[in-house]
Write a protein that binds this ligand. Structure first.
Ligand SMILES: CC(C)(COP(=O)(O)OP(=O)(O)OC[C@H]1O[C@@H](n2cnc3c(N)ncnc32)[C@H](O)[C@@H]1OP(=O)(O)O)[C@@H](O)C(=O)NCCC(=O)NCCS
Length: 179
């Protein structure tokens, strides 16, 4: 397995757009492709939402933070965090959203997802945000349990459109400050 000393987790730069594009498409497909969703819905979503153009624009937006988790050889996973108006829900300026958190399938269950989650919390604290939140598909039980284990609690729901399928996401949050 990969040694901790061989791993880096750094904010991605515009030069890494192709690497980010490849891992974004690969991990989205392996997580939510058939049989979980239809091939046509998944392709429609990926082709509309995970493009080099979109990723390049996002990498130059100071409200959006992409982090790439890498070994010496390859990308293992990535994290996308949104702040201020770039969040997918209008929750104001005191929150930070985990929009995407992905570990490639063959590297899951080795505490790498936890590293990404800790990075999100660290940035939220650094930016003095009140809470970190995310939307997780109601059928993604594995991820829901992963978040619950880290102290996230459900607080609302929103809609997520995957191709032609209208799905329900559970919104979960973790307080970063004592109320
Ligand atoms: C969700 C995901 C990021 C978790 O990453 P991971 O590397 O597999 O998880 P980790 O090994 O870091 O697990 C961290 C902790 O959560 C626990 N955990 C992980 N999956 C769990 C599950 N299904 N149920 C309960 N606990 C779980 C682990 O036991 C570990 O606990 P510990 O700290 O006490 O040892 C990863 O599985 C993934 O990329 N999934 C596909 C994409 C996805 O669904 N992303 C979320 C979209 S909202």
């Amino acid at each position: 397995m990969i040694k901790a000393t061989e791993i880096s987790l750094l904010r991605a730069t515009l030069q890494q757009r192709k690497e980010l594009y490849d891992i974004s498409r690969q991990t989205f497909y392996e997580s939510f492709g058939p049989p979980v969703n239809t091939e046509s819905n998944i392709q429609k979503y990926i082709n509309e939402h995970i493009t080099l153009n979109i990723i390049s624009t996002e990498l130059t937006n100071s409200d959006i933070y992409y982090f790439l988790l890498k070994s010496e050889k390859e990308a293992l996973g990535y994290l996308k965090l949104n702040t201020n108006a770039s969040q997918t829900e209008d929750l104001g300026e005191s929150t930070i959203e985990i929009e995407r958190i992905y570990i490639r399938k063959q590297y899951q269950n080795h505490n790498l997802g936890k590293l990404l989650l800790e990075k999100a919390i660290e940035l939220g604290v650094q930016l003095k945000k009140r809470f970190v939140w995310l939307g997780v598909w109601e059928k993604n039980i594995r991820a829901i349990n992963f978040y619950k284990k880290s102290g996230f609690i459900p607080f609302d729901k929103h809609t997520f459109i995957l191709g032609d399928d209208v799905q329900t996401d559970i919104m979960m949050k973790l307080n970063l400050q004592r109320d």
